[in-house]
Design a protein around this ligand. Structure first.
Ligand code: P6P
Length: 339
């Protein structure tokens, strides 16, 4: 019998850390825990049942919705709505935010959640890790009224909690409520998450860089210069290139070992590819809570004022000294700060 604390026990033990919490945030985290176990069950057997491939439609991003994308979105939406613990939900798989009109006066709930239900889902068919990403805010409009877009368009530095589930060789739930980053590993035999990685810290330095070098010719010059720096024959370089096309997995590996993940603007993706509200902000909150950094190349991700629900921004996230070195190269081209 291991002596690790379970996620449920941890949430209860740390209830006091949630400012003004009436237990709603604990309930919300517990619901995410439950939904992640249901999704994990399907992801792990995806190869066995006809749930692979596309669902035959596309999301607002124009991307093929994988059947598991749709399934994961339904599981998280249903779990959160049925429990009526949030007053609104925004999802990568939903064109607009969803107002929770529950029977028990859901408008009185104080949190909104933004989710990417299954990031990297195009990897499912080839058995590569995928992940769920979530971001939680306190609403800013009056309790008792239906949520508005304003409740979702908050800068990342106002997040109350953020985290991800990585469905990998083991399934982990990693989250922060602003008091450090805690990692929990699922024991699938009994369906319990145990605290396996307390107070995860990004190594200040690292020797892994993660970006899609196939787009090299389309990158801004600052990114090209940084890439060449990473590949120079020096005492601490060249670094290793590790990129599996799944943000959560690349981020998680880099947070444990040290490294930087970059999805820059390019002539093919003038705003970058990743979404600010439910990909970049939660990963940036986690990175900073673990002692790392997250920038768009010029500005702190968490200080960007959102303008659209599904807006994209470039991201440089990971070990503090690696992100700062990349920013040094980007600073030589201030014209690229506009995107
Ligand atoms: P590309 C998955 O679609 C994703 O959002 C991230 O998980 C991943 O890092 C990135 O896009 C991969 O994008 O353009 O390199 O295939």
């Amino acid at each position: 019998m291991n002596n690790h604390i379970t996620l449920g026990e941890y949430i209860i033990d740390n209830q006091k850390d949630f400012q003004y919490s009436s237990g709603e945030l604990s309930l919300l985290l517990s619901s995410i825990r439950l939904a992640s176990k249901v999704v994990n069950h399907e992801v792990n057997k995806a190869g066995l049942v006809d749930i692979l491939g596309t669902a035959g439609n596309t999301n607002i991003q124009g991307e093929d919705q994988q059947k598991l994308d749709v399934y994961a979105n339904e599981v998280f939406m249903r779990t959160l709505i049925n429990r009526e613990i949030v007053c609104g939900i925004a999802s990568e798989e939903e064109d607009d935010f969803v107002i929770i009109e529950g029977k028990n006066k859901s408008h009185d709930n104080k949190y909104v959640i933004l989710i990417d239900p299954l990031d990297g889902s195009s990897n499912v068919d080839v058995n590569v890790s995928v992940g769920t990403i979530f971001s939680i805010y306190r609403r800013v409009t009056p309790l008792g009224t239906p949520v508005t877009k304003e409740d979702f368009m908050q800068p990342g530095n106002l997040q109350v909690a953020a985290g991800y589930v990585v469905y990998g060789t083991s399934t982990m739930l990693v989250y922060t409520t602003g008091n450090g980053v805690q990692g929990f590993t699922l024991n699938p035999a009994i369906g319990v998450y145990y605290l396996s990685h307390p107070n995860i810290k990004f190594p200040e330095d690292g020797n892994i860089y993660s970006l899609n070098e196939g787009y090299y010719i389309h990158f801004p010059q600052g990114v090209k210069d940084y890439l060449k720096y990473c590949q120079e024959e020096e005492e601490d370089r060249p670094y290793s290139a590790r990129y599996i096309g799944s943000l959560v997995s690349d981020f998680h590996r880099n947070m444990i070992k040290g490294g930087i993940y970059i999805y820059p603007t390019s002539s093919k993706a003038p705003q970058g590819k990743l979404r600010l509200l439910y990909e970049c902000n939660p990963m940036a909150f986690l990175a900073e809570q673990a002692g790392g950094e997250a920038s768009d190349g010029y500005r702190r991700i968490l200080e960007i004022k959102p303008t659209e629900l599904h807006q994209r921004v470039p991201i440089f996230v990971g070990s503090k000294n690696m992100v700062n070195k990349a920013k040094e190269f980007m600073a030589n081209y201030p014209e690229d700060a506009k995107y």
